[in-house]
Ligand binder design. Structure first.
Ligand SMILES: [Ca+2]
Length: 439
C-alpha cells in the first residue's frame, strides 16, 4: 500500500513518543505509561503532548512559551512561572487569548466580517489563517476558589464583547468546551453572539465523577467541519499520564438553537462553520490555577494521516459483475485484477465482519490514470440502511489507490457506488478497495 510521507512522520513521532514524558506533574516528572493510549496522531514535537489529530501541513500553531509576557500573540491574564515549568494564574476572571500569526487585534478588530450570512459564505472572520479546525490543549490544576465554575477552551470568533449589540457582539461567536471544577464533567456550548448567557445554545455536562481540585488534568477541545456542520470532541487526560480519553462528542448539523433572536443576521440555530482570529482559555471563580503545555493547533482531521490503518475485509460482494472480473478481485491485493460491474449505480460492498470505527476508503480504479470516475461512498451497520459518507470524482491521474476520507463513524459495511466515468462505456471497474480506520 502507498503510504504518504506524512504517515511515515507520524509513525516515527508515535514511536519516539513512547520514550518521552507526556504527562506533567508539579513534582518529579512521571514517565508516561507507554501503551495503546498514545494518540493516533503521535506526539507533538514541540511540547511532548499526545495529539488526537495531526497538525495541518503549513497550518497555524501556537504553544505556550517559557516567557509568556514576551509573546505578541498572547493577551489577557498575566501568569507567573514556577520552578517546575508550570505557570500560576490568580485571577477570578481569567482570559487568555491567542491570535493567529496574521491578526493584530489592536488595528484589525474593527474590520472583521461579522454578518453571519457573509461569514457562512466567506468561511472566516478575518482571513484564511483563522482558527477553524483546531485542537486546543491545556494542562490545568484548579488549586483554590469557588468550585462552581469550569475551565473553558474555545475558538471560531474574535474578542468576546459588545453585550448583544452588533457588530461587536457578533465577534463573539464560538464553540466552547467546558471542564467543570466540581466533578470533572464536560459539556459543549455554542455562542452565536456575545451577550452574557443570551447568545448561547446550551449543552449539559457529561462524564462527571470526582472533583478535579488539586489535580493536574489535561483537557482538549477539538472542533472541525464535517459535511453539513461541525463536529465537537472533548478529551481528558485525567491521570496526567498521557492517556487521553474521548469524554464527549457532538455534531452540530442544525437545530441547536438559542432562545432569542440573532442580532448578527443569522438563524437561531446558526452553525458556526467559519473560523475566527482568536482562540481562548478562560475560567472564573478560581483564586489559583496552575497550568502548563497550553497549545492551539490547526488540524487536518480528514487527512490520510488521521486515518492511516487499513481494516481487514472479511468479505466482498457487488450488485453486479462479469464472470471474469468478480468482486473478490477488488480485495486480492493485486492491482492487475479488477471487479467490473455494468451500469450506473453498480456498487461494491466491503464487509469487515464486525462493527469498526471507519474513517475512509482507498480505491484504485482500473485505467485510473486515464479516466475519471464519479462515485459515492456509503457506510452501514446492518447492510440494510446505508448512510452517505463521501462522494466525488476520482483524479484520473493514477493507477494507485486514492484515499477518500470522511468523519469517523461505526460501521461494518462500506459501499462504493459508481455512477459514471470519462470512458463513457457504462462499466464500473475497481482494481482494489479497502476500508480505513484511525487504528
Ligand atoms: Ca485486484
Amino acid at each position: 500500500m502507498r503510504r504518504s510521507r506524512t504517515s511515515y512522520l507520524m509513525i516515527v513521532l508515535a514511536i519516539a513518543g513512547t520514550f518521552c514524558t507526556t504527562g506533567f506533574t508539579s513534582g518529579p516528572r512521571t514517565p508516561a505509561t507507554a501503551s495503546a493510549s498514545v494518540p493516533s496522531a503521535g506526539i507533538d514535537p514541540v511540547d511532548g503532548i499526545g495529539m488526537i489529530y495531526p497538525t495541518k501541513p503549513g497550518g497555524q500553531v501556537w504553544h505556550l512559551s517559557a516567557n509568556p509576557s514576551g509573546d505578541p500573540r498572547l493577551d489577557g491574564t498575566p501568569m507567573t512561572s514556577n520552578p517546575d515549568g508550570t505557570f500560576t494564574v490568580r485571577d477570578i476572571k481569567t482570559r487568555i487569548g491567542i491570535s493567529t500569526t496574521t491578526y493584530d487585534q489592536r488595528t484589525q478588530e474593527g474590520s472583521l466580517t461579522w454578518r453571519q450570512p457573509d461569514l457562512r459564505f466567506q468561511g472566516f472572520m478575518h482571513d484564511a489563517n483563522d482558527w477553524r479546525d483546531v485542537e486546543i490543549t491545556g494542562y490545568v490544576r484548579y488549586v483554590s476558589g469557588n468550585d462552581g465554575d469550569a475551565f473553558t477552551w474555545y475558538a471560531r470568533g474574535g474578542r468576546h464583547t459588545g453585550e448583544g449589540v452588533a457588530p461587536e457582539a457578533c465577534w463573539g461567536t464560538a464553540y466552547k468546551g467546558d471542564l467543570r471544577f466540581s466533578d470533572g464533567g464536560v459539556k459543549f456550548e455554542k455562542e452565536i453572539y456575545h451577550d452574557g448567557g443570551a447568545g448561547y445554545a446550551k449543552g449539559s455536562y457529561q462524564g462527571g465523577g470526582a472533583t478535579i481540585k488539586g489535580k493536574m488534568v489535561g483537557f482538549k477541545m477539538v472542533m472541525y467541519n464535517i459535511p453539513g456542520g461541525v463536529r465537537l470532541e472533548a478529551y481528558l487526560d485525567r491521570a496526567n499520564n498521557g492517556t487521553w480519553t474521548l469524554v464527549s462528542t457532538r455534531d452540530d448539523t442544525g437545530g441547536w438553537s438559542i432562545d432569542t433572536a440573532n442580532p448578527c443576521g443569522g438563524t437561531r440555530d446558526e452553525k458556526v462553520t467559519w473560523g475566527g482570529p482568536k482562540a481562548a482559555f478562560r475560567w472564573d471563580e478560581a483564586t489559583r490555577v496552575d497550568l502548563a503545555k497550553l497549545s492551539v493547533r490547526e488540524i487536518a482531521p480528514g487527512s490520510e494521516a488521521a486515518c492511516p490503518a487499513k481494516l481487514a475485509s472479511a468479505g466482498v460482494t457487488a450488485s453486479t459483475w462479469e464472470d471474469i472480473n468478480p468482486p473478490s478481485n477488488a480485495t486480492d491485493g493485486n492491482l492487475a485484477t479488477r471487479w467490473s460491474g455494468s451500469g450506473s449505480g453498480a456498487y461494491l460492498t466491503l464487509d469487515m465482519g464486525a462493527s469498526r470505527a471507519v474513517c475512509g476508503v482507498n480505491v484504485a480504479w482500473y485505467q485510473g490514470d486515464v479516466r475519471w470516475n464519479d462515485y459515492t461512498v456509503y457506510t452501514s451497520t446492518d447492510n440494510v440502511t446505508y448512510t452517505k459518507a463521501a462522494e466525488g470524482r476520482s483524479s484520473g491521474t493514477t493507477l494507485n489507490p486514492e484515499p477518500y476520507r470522511f468523519a469517523q463513524r461505526q460501521a461494518r459495511y462500506v459501499r462504493i457506488a459508481w455512477w459514471n466515468s470519462s470512458a463513457g462505456n457504462g462499466w464500473a471497474s475497481i482494481t482494489e478497495a479497502a476500508a480505513f480506520g484511525a487504528s
